[in-house]
Each structure stands twice: as C-alpha cells, then as structure tokens.
Design a protein around this ligand. Structure first.
Ligand code: GLA
Length: 391
C-alpha cells in the first residue's frame, strides 16, 4: 500500500520530552484579549509530556493520549484530530490540549500529518480547573516535546504561539494567549511583563522571598460552572465596548479619557466591563513601575484594587473567592486578589514570610463557618518556563 508523503508516519526517532509550568497572573486579568498588558509568573507545578511516534504504524494509526492523573487512555482516529471535533466536548476533552498542540504543528506545515501517529503521555502537577493554566501546561509541554523529538529548533515565541493555536483554534476556547506566553518564556524569580498587542515581553524581577515576603495561593475549589460561556460573554462585551468607542481594542483607551468615554456608553454593564479593563491595564503598568524600582512591598493596594474591579465591575468572582480575599486582608497581608479567568479558581496574597500557615488556617475556618468545602493552599515560587528534557 502506498501513502502520499502527507500520510507517511514519522519514524526513526525515539521519544521527545517537554516540561511546561502552570502560571499565576500577578495582575492584569482579562486584559490579554483586549490587546492590553499582563504580568504573570510561572509556578513550579508543571506538566511533563512524553511523545513517542508509533513506529512502523499503518497510515491510519490513531493518536493515543494518556494521562497519569485521570488514569485513562484516549485513542483518537487520525481523521478526528480536527478543530471542534465532537469528542473535544466529551469526557476525553482533556486530551484535546495535547492533540491540538500536534495539530497546530501540522496545520502550520511544520510537521506532516503522519506525525499524528504517536503516543503522548502526560503527567501534570498543576491543579486542574484551579485557574492556574493546567491546559497551557499541557499544550506547551507537548509542543516543546515535539520540538525536541523532531529537532525543529522552534523559537520560544513560536512555541507559545502554536500552543495558543491549540487552545483557540483546535479546542476553540476563546482565550487570550497570556498563559502560553508565560509558560514558555518565564524565568525564576521574575514575572513576565507582556504587551499582548505587540507580543513584546520583558522579565521583571519579582522575588518575594528576597524581600521577606511570600505568595500564598488559596485554591477556592469552588465548583467551576459556566466558565467557558461567561468568559466568552466577557470577551464579547469588551469587543462591543471597543466598537462603540470606535477603537480597535480597549487597550486604546487611556485612564485619563475614561470618564468622558464611559459617559458616551448607554449600557451600564458595558460601562463597567470597559472600566475594569482600562483601569486594570493602568494597574499593570503601575505594578511594573514599582517592581522595577525595587518597591515590591508597595504593590499590595494595586492587587486589592484589581480584585475589587473584578468583583464589582467585571463580575467574575464568586463568594468563596471573595471570602478568601477578605480573610487574608483581615489577616494583615499586603495585598490579595483572585488570579486567572474567574468564576472560582485561586486567590493569591502577598504575605510576610512565615505567615502563610496561620493565614491558611484562618481561611479554612472561615470556609467551614460558611459551609464551603475546604480550600487547598500552597506557597508559590516564581519559576522557570518550559524546557525540553533529555529522553
Ligand atoms: C484565562 C485565559 C487567559 C486570560 C485569563 C484572564 O486564563 O486563558 O488568556 O484571558 O483567563 O486574565
């Protein structure tokens, strides 16, 4: 049987291994898809992806994805490795982040379709559905593993872009690209300042422990509901506001002109959505200025203001998340806010070193008193971005 070049399986290589971290966004929420600014950092929790081509595979060998966490094995017929396929919305949907990463490489003409005859094994320590980008950890680690396996030598920015395509075009999640950028480009003891219009990035020193501080993360474990739909609605509202302002994106509105601009909108919801994005962009720039000046202890009020804006104007917080922020602030942290897309997920607090255990206990008690299920917590350390590992 003869195959076209397109369908030939790729053989001759053994295994590619890639590691990519999850992230915490220090500040700049829902600004990425508004061509604005974000300031995330990578965490130590990461996904390891191992890819093995199916040697001597028939041209119709499926793509196989395993996960150590779900203890399951998903077989996807080659013809089903297409954007928006029905299985992506089903119980095996987690495998779509890995399949989408390989698809993005094929779609870009970097790999032949035969490269889909492979087995991908995922092993992740990033909590799932906690707003810490467990999905970006998967798609970035798979692109990095493939880059190593096939000796592609892709530049880091392109790796992030391909991983983003896996999410936006293959899984069809309308996300904004921040998570993949930081998962690939992060460096230890730094946050990554990103201009999401130009995609220019700059590492900003962010080393809480060198300043007698630590970042406490509280995972609210609030049931994520309607996340995808609500995220999309926020994005559509921002686009509608930008259209009414007559600008390409909300990034193009300055904080100074905001009151005048808002007065011209007749819809109160759009007004509040736009106000969040414009003020959040300004808060990112102010945070970057403070960190550049070595004034990490002064960023607290910006984190607090960001949370209030997400709660009141963007309306993406939930009771569990707001309660954690309240308890942490009452416990004396320098600042606290929800991080990530919202509707559940994690709260971060900038706290004095050594105080996290007592703060976490206070949050646990407050949750119990309100009848919320117990949260999880850990201290985060700004870590390195994705790497290929020796196989
Ligand atoms: C999710 C998306 C990101 C970003 C954040 C909100 O994490 O994946 O692109 O929009 O939400 O800041």
């Amino acid at each position: 049987m003869t195959h076209s070049h397109e369908e030939q399986p790729v053989v001759g290589v053994e295994t590619g291994v890639g590691m990519a971290p999850g992230r915490i966004n220090l500040i700049g929420e829902h600004t990425d898809y508004n061509a604005g600014f974000v300031l995330p950092f990578a965490i130590e929790q990461h996904c390891l992806a191992r890819i093995r081509p199916t040697v001597d595979a028939a041209s119709d060998a499926p793509l196989i994805v395993h996960s150590r966490q779900s203890d399951s094995r998903v077989e996807i017929a080659r013809g089903d490795v297409v954007p928006g396929a029905a299985w992506i919305d089903g119980p095996s949907g987690w495998a779509a982040y890995a399949a989408g990463a390989l698809w993005a490489l094929v779609d870009a003409g970097i790999l032949p379709r035969g490269a889909l005859a492979a087995e991908v094994e995922l092993d992740s320590t990033v909590p799932i559905g906690a707003g810490l980008s467990s999905s970006a950890a998967i798609d970035c680690s798979v692109v990095v593993a493939a880059d190593r396996l096939f000796g592609l030598g892709l530049p880091p920015a392109q790796i992030a872009q391909l991983a983003t395509v896996a999410e936006t075009r293959f899984v069809r999640a309308p996300t904004g690209g921040m998570d993949q950028l930081v998962s690939v480009l992060a460096e230890r003891d730094h946050a990554l300042f990103c201009d999401m219009r130009s995609l220019q990035t700059e590492l900003i020193h962010f080393d809480p422990s060198a300043n007698g501080l630590e970042v406490l993360v509280v995972d609210s474990r609030a049931p994520h509901q309607l996340v995808a739909g609500e995220y999309r609605n926020r994005r559509l509202a921002c686009e509608a506001a930008a259209r009414q302002f007559g600008v390409p994106a909300l990034r193009d509105i300055d904080e100074e002109e905001l009151p005048r601009r808002l007065a011209g909108l007749d819809d109160d919801v759009l007004r509040r959505r736009a106000r969040h994005v414009v003020t959040e962009n300004a808060r990112v720039l102010q945070t970057v200025e403070l960190l550049r000046g070595g004034r990490i202890r002064e960023i607290g009020p910006l984190l607090v203001a960001s949370h209030a804006s997400m709660r009141d104007d963007f309306e993406i917080t939930v009771a569990e998340v707001d309660l954690a922020v309240e308890v942490l602030l009452a416990g004396g942290v320098l600042g606290a806010r929800m991080t990530g897309g919202g509707f559940g997920g994690c709260v971060i607090a900038l706290a004095e070193a050594g105080t996290s255990a007592a703060l976490a206990t206070a949050v646990d008690e407050a949750y119990a008193a309100r009848g919320f299920s117990p949260p999880a917590h850990f201290v985060a350390h700004p870590g390195d971005g994705a790497v290929a590992l020796a196989r």
